[in-house]
Write a protein that binds this ligand. Structure first.
Ligand code: TYM
Length: 326
C-alpha cells in the first residue's frame, strides 16, 4: 500500500489555500493509501508563540482537519511533538544538509529578509520537514506548490544519506495538484494566500461566515480589461477566481471561463460555490469543537501509531550512520 504523509502548521485558522492546495487531497487519499497526517507544532515554534494560545491552536488545527473530513478510522492524525523521533532525526538531517543549500531556500529568504533577528530554527526548518517525511517510509507527499522546493531538498538529503551510509530511506515524491495548488491572495493576486499576509481581506478562512466569504470574493482585485479568460500570468486575479470556481464545480478553469463575459457574475457564482464547498466543513467543525476530549483521544491514538513506525525507521537511521544502539 502506498504510504502518504503530509503536515500542516497549527498557527492561524485553516485558510482556503490550505484546504484546496492540500487538505482536500488528504481527504481523498485516505480512502486508498496508508495515510498519516501531522500537526507540525515544532515547525511553528520557529517564531515565538504565546504558550496558551499555541496549545489551543494545536488542538483547533486537529479539529479543523477532522472537520475537513480526515477520519481517524481511515488515517492517522497526530501532533509532531508527541513523537520525539522527529526532533532526533532532524538533527541528523541538519548534519547531512549543507549550509549553502539551506540558505538558498526561498521560504528562508522570504521569512528572514528585513528581519532584525530570526531564530536558527527558521534556517534549519527544512531539515525537520525532511525528518517528518523520511521517518514514515513515505512514498507520496501531497502538498501545495509552495512546498515543492522543500520536497526537492528532502529527496536530495535522502539520496545523499543512502549513498553515504547504504539504503536507509525511501525516496518520497511530491504530489502537487494541477488546479488550486497555489491559491492567490484576493487583494494581491500575485502573492499566495497565506495566514501571514497583512491584509485579512485577501484571505478566506475556512470558518469565515458565508456573508464574509461573499464580501471578500466580490471585492477581489481583478484587472481593467474586462475579459473573462484563464491566463495566470496576464490575468492573475481573474484566473484565481476561475480556479476557485473550477475546483468547487469539478471542471477545468478554462471551461469555467466559457460561461462568463463579465466579472460581476463570475464573482457572484464563485462566492456561492465557495460558500457551498465550505458548508459541510463549517457544520462538522461546530459539532466537533464541542468535544475536545474526543479530539485529544484521536491524537493520543495517532501518536501511538506514528511512534511505532517512526521508531523503526529512526533505529535504521541511527544504525546506518554509526550511532551505538541504545
Ligand atoms: P503550511 O502549514 O504552510 O500549509 C499546509 C499545506 O497547505 C498548502 N498551502 C497552500 N496551497 C495552495 N495555495 C495556498 N495559498 C496555500 N497555502 C498553503 C501548503 O503547500 C501545505 O501543503 N512546511 C509545511 C508543513 C510541513 C510539512 C511537513 C508538509 C512540515 N512538515 C512534511 C508536508 C510534509 C508548511 O508550512 O505548510
Amino acid at each position: 500500500m502506498t504510504r502518504v504523509f503530509s503536515g500542516i502548521q497549527p498557527t492561524g485558522d485553516l485558510q482556503l489555500g490550505n484546504y484546496l492546495g492540500a487538505v482536500r487531497h488528504w481527504v481523498e487519499v485516505q480512502e486508498t493509501a496508508d495515510a498519516i497526517f501531522c500537526v507540525v507544532d515544532l515547525h511553528a515554534l520557529t517564531f515565538a508563540q504565546d504558550p496558551a494560545l499555541f496549545r489551543a491552536a494545536t488542538i483547533r488545527k486537529a479539529t479543523e482537519l477532522m472537520a475537513a473530513g480526515l477520519d481517524p478510522d481511515r488515517c492517522t492524525i497526530f501532533v509532531q511533538s508527541h513523537v520525539p523521533a522527529h526532533a532526533e532525526l532532524a538533527w541528523l538531517m541538519e548534519c547531512t544538509a549543507a549550509f549553502g543549500e539551506l540558505r538558498r531556500m526561498t521560504q528562508f529568504k522570504e521569512k528572514s529578509e528585513g528581519q532584525d533577528s530570526v531564530s536558527a530554527g527558521v534556517f534549519a526548518y527544512p531539515c525537520l520537514m525532511a525528518a517528518d517525511i523520511l521517518l514514515y517510509d513515505t512514498d507520496e507527499v501531497p502538498v501545495g506548490e509552495d512546498q515543492r522546493q522543500h520536497l526537492e531538498l528532502t529527496r536530495d538529503l535522502a539520496l545523499r544519506w543512502n549513498s553515504r551510509y547504504g539504503d536507509t530511506f525511501v525516496i518520497p515524491k511530491p504530489v502537487i495538484a494541477g488546479v488550486a495548488a497555489r491559491v492567490m491572495d484576493l487583494q494581491e493576486p500575485t502573492a499566495k494566500m497565506s495566514k501571514s499576509r497583512p491584509n485579512p481581506q485577501g484571505r478566506i478562512d475556512a470558518l469565515d461566515p458565508p456573508a464574509e466569504i461573499t464580501r471578500k470574493i466580490k471585492r477581489a482585485v481583478t484587472d481593467a480589461d474586462g475579459e473573462v479568460r484563464y491566463d495566470r500570468a496576464a490575468k492573475p486575479g481573474v484566473s484565481n477566481l476561475l480556479e476557485l470556481l473550477a475546483v468547487a464545480r469539478n471542471v477545468s478553469p478554462q471551461s469555467a471561463a466559457d460561461h462568463y463575459s463579465q466579472y460581476g457574475p463570475l464573482k457572484t457564482d464563485t462566492a456561492e460555490a465557495v460558500v457551498e464547498l465550505l458548508r459541510p466543513f463549517q457544520e462538522r467543525f461546530a459539532a466537533l469543537s464541542g468535544d475536545p476530549g474526543y479530539v485529544r483521544e484521536v491524537l493520543a491514538k495517532g501518536a501511538g501509531k506514528a511512534t511505532a513506525i517512526a521508531e523503526t525507521v529512526l533505529r535504521r537511521a541511527r544504525e546506518s550512520i554509526g550511532l551505538v544502539p541504545r
